[in-house]
Each structure stands twice: as structure tokens, then as C-alpha cells.
Design a protein around this ligand. Structure first.
Ligand code: GDP
Length: 456
């Protein structure tokens, strides 16, 4: 189960809150190797394990130096073992230096989301004053009263909304998962031809997916990669690709709707471009739609045989050779599709079969990439370096500052930025950070979402 840790200085009411979240059941003592003190742990609703690190190193008397040390150990355990950290503070007392100390350590070391829970908010006046905890750098505090059962529902909501996202690594470990792919592109760019090429490949094992309607036929493809590895794919929405359903796809509204649905259902979308016409407005709109849906995008330039043929017969004006033409094509396309998340380009020919086999391998690679969990330390360094290299514009004198970054999801990548001024995050700057992260981690083709948490 994912682990949720309560962290906080003594006397803020962690134990009370622990019992409240557990619904009054007794906590069990949890052995953690390498840690000498006890951590209280309790499974809650089969959804998460709640940890109370508050007992760690707690001194008998309030010796200040001992308390700091106790807090250090707490933070260490929480950081090492949790998927979500709840920093518990005293809503009545406001921010005290020790809270700041803990927050600073968490900002530096936490590799998971951190939320502030302001306990002892027994009345509205206290609840209204919790804004002051914003300055700890973890967004709005959740006001609760463990004693009077106030705000516990909201707290659960926060916990649950942070947990399913966190579990992304193991959740996807199912053996049988198929990589869902779709070909999109303007009419006559070669979608049916590529599909037929793939289907006529002798190595491919094809089966119709049972239960799909006649309108949106999916096909399961098993493709043997080298090393006896079986690639498992599902080709989403082949209805529009079949000659006998061409009539349907000419009805633009219907076909747009279906394309959108197919994109949403896919893991990786292949946008087909025509080697001889370059990027059109329709291509641009489709690429935008794929990325907006949060899907990974691969560019496939079809009809490459025509370019090669032209060079055999004396060339294409303005280009030295096919390689030069290819480089130019790519550069021009990337300029036109400036918002691409470093999508790979494949130059293929459905007609001759040239490079068609690279499609599935690329699909698999891109799907794998988009499911990665990025190491938080490096992620934070990357983002800070990017911001140092090109600080955002100052607005009203105060610079935009990111305290720390954590990945909260994938497919598309989701990063939560704890910052001082979320509203100052402009679109061009978002794109700059996106491109920088993609470059640094080699995340080809995957769009990125940022979620900004901070004080207004
Ligand atoms: P769709 O509308 O995107 O499904 O496009 P089709 O697959 O029906 O192809 C449209 C036309 O382009 C057909 O006449 C195909 O024969 C032709 N075509 C498709 N792929 C290629 C290719 O790689 N090279 C050449 N020269 N023609 C192609």
C-alpha cells in the first residue's frame, strides 16, 4: 500500500489526528529496519498505510536540542518511506520556527507530495487564518480539528487524490497490457496503406478484438521483436481505415469525433505526414489535438518512395540529395509544429514497405518512455538549473520561485511545482520548462503537464 506519513513538531496533535484518520482503531507498531525508534503504522480502508513518525526520538523533557534532533529523524524516516507527507502544524499557534525548520528539510529532501494540515482549527476564526502557512511553500493548509472531527473529510479527499497517482509504477506492471496505437492524418496520406502493410507482414499475428462495434474496430497485433520478445499492440479504430468504410470517414464531423475518441484511447499516436506536401494546417491541428489529449506523438512521413524516386530521376530543386531533403523536411516540420515534445520522425513508404517495420518498435519505445518515473533529485536540479539559466520575467518586482518539484503522474507526465506565484507561470515559460525537462531526460514525444501549488 502507499504510505502516508504524519510529520510535525511535538504537541501539534499528530497522535490524535492519527487515531482520527484510522477511525479510532489501535495503531500497530511497525518495524523499520535501520531505525531504532518506533514508527506507528496502520492500514486505512485498504487504501493506504498511515505512518506516525512522531514518536521517533522524542525526548523525555522539552530539551530544545533534542527536539530538533527528533524532528530530523522523523523527517528522515518520512522522506525515506512515504508516498505522501502530511506536515501537521498547530492552526492556533501559527508558524513557529520549528515548523519552518521541518518545512525547509522537506523542501530539500522530499521526493513525494507534501501537504500541510493545520490541526486544532476548532472554529472559523482559526480556519480563516491558515493562509499564513502558505509561506512554508506547500500551498494552502488543510484546516482540521482532530478533536472535533472537523475537516477530516477534506483531508481524506487530499490523501486519496494524491494516492492513485503515486502508484503508477506498480499499477502498470500487468503482463498482458497491450500498447494502444492509432494512425491519424489527413485523407489520402496513407493510413489504410500502412495498416494493410502492417497486417500483411508475415511475422504479425492479427486478431479482431471481440466485443468491438462495427464502427470502431480494433485489432490486436502480436509482433515478435528480436530476442524472442513479443510486442503486444492494439490498433485502435481501424474502421475508418478500411476501404468499405471510406464513406463514413468522408462525413467530417463524424470522423473528427471518432478520431478524437481514438486518440484518447491510445497510448501512442502516429501522425502521418505526406513526404511531398509538407505540414498542412490540418496536420498542425491534429498534432495539437493529440498533445492536448495528453498522448505521445510520433511523426511518420509517408510516401518517402516518391522522394527517393525523384532523386533517382534527377533530383528535387533546391536540395543536394535525399538526405538533404529529409533534413530540410524535418527542420521545416519542426518549425511549423514548434510545440512538439521532441517527437521522433520516421520516414517510411507504405507502398514499398520501406522502414514500416520501425513503426511498432518506435511505438513500444515511446510508450515505455512515457511511463517513466523520473528521479526526484535530478528532476529538481534540472528545473532549478533551467530557471537559473533563464529566470522568468519579474512581475511587480517579485521573482517567480520554485521551491520543489515532484512527479505526480505519467501518460502524460505530470509535475507538481511548489512555487511562490503560480499565476505568473506564462505559457511560453511553461513551454521552456517542458522542453528543458524533455531534453534533459530524453523523453521523446511525451507531453508534460504542470500543476502549480503556491500562495496567491
Ligand atoms: P488514407 O486516406 O490516409 O487511408 O490513405 P490511403 O492509404 O487510402 O492512401 C491514399 C493513396 O496514397 C492511395 O492511392 C495509396 O496507394 C497512396 N499511397 C499510400 N502510401 C503510399 C506510399 O508510401 N507511397 C506512394 N507512392 N503512395 C502511397
Amino acid at each position: 500500500l502507499p504510505k502516508v506519513a504524519l510529520v510535525g513538531r511535538p504537541n501539534v496533535g499528530k497522535s490524535r489526528l492519527f487515531n482520527r484518520i484510522c477511525g479510532g482503531r489501535d495503531a500497530i507498531v511497525h518495524d523499520k529496519p535501520g531505525v531504532t525508534r518506533d514508527v506507528m503504522a496502520r492500514d486505512v480502508d485498504g487504501r493506504f498505510t498511515l505512518l506516525d513518525t512522531g514518536g521517533i526520538g522524542l525526548p523525555e523533557k522539552d530539551a530544545p536540542s533534542k527536539i530538533v534532533q527528533a524532528v530530523e529523524e522523523q523527517v528522515f524516516v518520512a522522506v525515506e518511506s512515504s508516498d505522501l507527507i502530511l506536515l501537521v502544524v498547530d492552526g492556533r499557534e501559527g508558524v513557529v520556527p520549528l515548523d519552518e525548520e521541518i518545512a525547509a528539510r522537506l523542501r530539500k529532501n522530499a521526493r513525494c507530495p507534501v501537504h500541510i494540515v493545520a490541526n486544532k482549527c476548532d472554529n472559523e476564526r482559526v480556519s480563516d487564518s491558515v493562509h499564513e502557512f502558505n509561506r512554508l511553500g506547500f500551498g494552502e493548509a488543510i484546516p482540521v480539528s482532530a478533536e472535533h472531527r472537523v475537516g477530516i473529510g477534506q483531508l481524506f479527499k487530499t490523501i486519496h487524490s494524491n494516492i492513485p497517482e503515486i502508484r503508477f509504477v506498480t499499477e502498470e506492471a500487468q503482463e498482458d497490457r497491450r500498447i494502444k496505437i492509432t494512425f491519424v492524418g489527413k485523407p489520402n496520406v496513407g493510413k489504410s496503406s500502412i495498416t494493410n502493410r502492417l497486417l500483411s507482414s508475415q511475422r504479425l499475428i492479427v486478431s479482431d478484438v471481440p466485443g468491438t462495434t462495427r464502427d470502431s474496430i480494433a485489432l490486436d497485433l502480436n509482433y515478435p521483436f528480436p530476442e524472442n520478445r513479443m510486442g503486444k499492440f492494439r490498433l485502435v479504430d481501424t474502421a475508418g481505415l478500411r476501404p468499405n468504410s471510406k464513406v463514413d470517414s468522408s462525413v467530417e464531423y463524424f470522423s473528427n469525433l471518432r478520431t478524437r475518441r481514438a486518440i484518447e484511447e491510445s497510448d501512442v499516436v502516429f501522425l502521418l505526414l505526406d513526404a511531398m506536401t509538407g505540414v498542412t494546417r490540418q496536420d498542425k491541428a491534429l498534432a495539437g489535438e493529440v498533445l492536448e489529449a495528453g498522448r505521445s506523438l510520433v511523426l511518420v512521413v509517408n510516401k518517402w518512395d516518391l522522394a527517393m524516386e525523384a532523386f533517382k530521376k534527377g533530383g528535387i530543386e533546391g536540395f543536394k540529395n535525399a538526405k538533404d531533403f529529409q533534413r530540410n523536411y524535418r527542420e521545416a516540420a519542426e518549425k511549423e509544429l514548434f510545440f512538439l515534445p521532441k517527437s521522433p520522425f520516421l520516414f517510411i513508404s507504405a507502398k514499398t514497405g520501406f522502414e514500416v517495420s520501425s513503426i511498432l518498435g518506435t511505438g513500444e519505445r515511446i510508450d515505455h518512455l512515457q511511463r517513466m518515473t523520473l528521479p526526484t533529485g535530478r528532476l529538481n536540479r534540472t528545473v532549478h538549473d533551467l530557471i537559473d539559466a533563464r529566470p522568468p520575467k519579474r512581475m511587480h518586482g517579485k521573482p517567480f520561485k520554485v521551491f520543489y518539484v515532484v512527479q505526480t503522474g505519467y501518460r502524460p507526465f505530470r509535475f507538481r511545482l511548489y512555487c511562490n506565484r503560480p499565476e505568473k507561470f506564462e505559457d511560453t515559460y511553461r513551454r521552456y520548462l517542458e522542453a528543458g525537462i524533455i531534453e534533459s531526460f530524453d523523453l521523446e514525444g511525451s507531453p508534460i503537464r504542470f500543476d502549480l501549488v503556491g500562495k496567491e
